[in-house]
Design a protein around this ligand. Structure first.
Ligand SMILES: Nc1ncnc2c1ncn2[C@@H]1O[C@H](COP(=O)(O)OP(=O)(O)OP(=O)(O)O)[C@@H](O)[C@H]1O
Ligand SMILES: Nc1ccn([C@H]2C[C@H](O)[C@@H](COP(=O)(O)O)O2)c(=O)n1
Length: 226
């Protein structure tokens, strides 16, 4: 599957908990565009590496994993979350954990892993348009995207959002630990040598601290329509 360079892309990058996934999903639905959850690809590589007992610093083995990754995004029939199928198994719940996020951040710092996932990501650029959620969508994967957004929010607010999200799922977490984990992941994503987390020079930075989800969605839609 190859992408179509003439198809419009909206890139939504930003740190963990800034709302990329939530906003990307709603905006894609409103526009009737496709959605690329690029973080799920790195999470899936970390997940397969875990199943195979690989060391998360073994660049050659992880690059092979990324090259051989078999992942499918399957819309749920009842309108609930899209299921993510990795090597034929439903890995959706395993991929959403904080541990999977940390593993994804580790494997994502390996240049071979990133290179192996480029074509897969470009292939999501299909008519009528694509909303691409990640860390390097606007800087590396779709540098020609006509609309680029970089979502942020204070670390305290992002940790509070994650805390609520996990508590709602019945998980036993503490705000302090979550904030530390989020800050450590962001620091690693922003400081790596390849495709670090940062706004593209032509991205619009939207600070969502204290901003309701619906307001963020409308703001992003206005940027696309503009
Ligand atoms: N503007 C907002 N106000 C309040 N809560 C929000 C806002 N945006 C997102 N959230 C909530 O914050 C939580 C994290 O959002 P989301 O998963 O979309 O972030 P993310 O940037 O995709 O994170 P990650 O990169 O770790 O996957 C969710 O529970 C979501 O409902
Ligand atoms: N384009 C991307 C997307 C994700 N990553 C890495 C870094 C993140 O910490 C991790 C998980 O992403 P999430 O699912 O939380 O959005 O994957 C990346 O390097 N580049």
């Amino acid at each position: 599957m190859t992408g179509h360079a003439s198809v419009p892309v909206l890139t939504i990058d930003g740190p963990s908990g800034s709302g990329k996934g939530t906003i990307s999903r709603q905006v894609a639905e409103r526009l009737g565009w496709h959605l690329l959850d690029s973080g799920a690809l790195y999470r899936a590589v970390g997940y397969v590496a875990g199943l195979e007992g690989l060391d998360l610093t073994d660049a050659d083995a992880l690059t092979r994993c990324a090259r051989e990754l078999k992942i499918r995004f399957v819309p749920a029939a009842d309108g609930s979350d899209t299921r993510i199928i990795v090597d034929g198994l439903d890995a959706t719940d395993a991929l959403r954990t904080e541990t999977a996020g940390a593993a994804a951040s580790a494997v994502a710092s390996i240049p071979g892993v990133r290179a192996a996932l480029v074509d897969l990501q470009l292939g999501f650029r299909q008519p009528p348009g694509l909303v691409a959620d990640g860390r390097d969508m606007g800087t590396v994967i779709f540098p020609d995207a006509p609309t680029k957004v970089f979502l942020t929010a204070s670390a305290a607010e992002r940790a509070a959002r994650r805390y609520k999200q996990l508590k709602d799922k019945g998980l036993d977490v503490t705000l302090e630990v979550l904030q530390r984990e989020i800050e450590a992941r962001d620091a690693r994503d922003a400081s790596r040598a390849v495709a670090p987390l940062k706004p593209a020079p032509d991205a619009v930075v939207v600070d969502t601290t204290g901003m309701p989800i619906a307001t963020v969605v409308e703001k992003v839609l206005a940027l696309v329509r503009h």
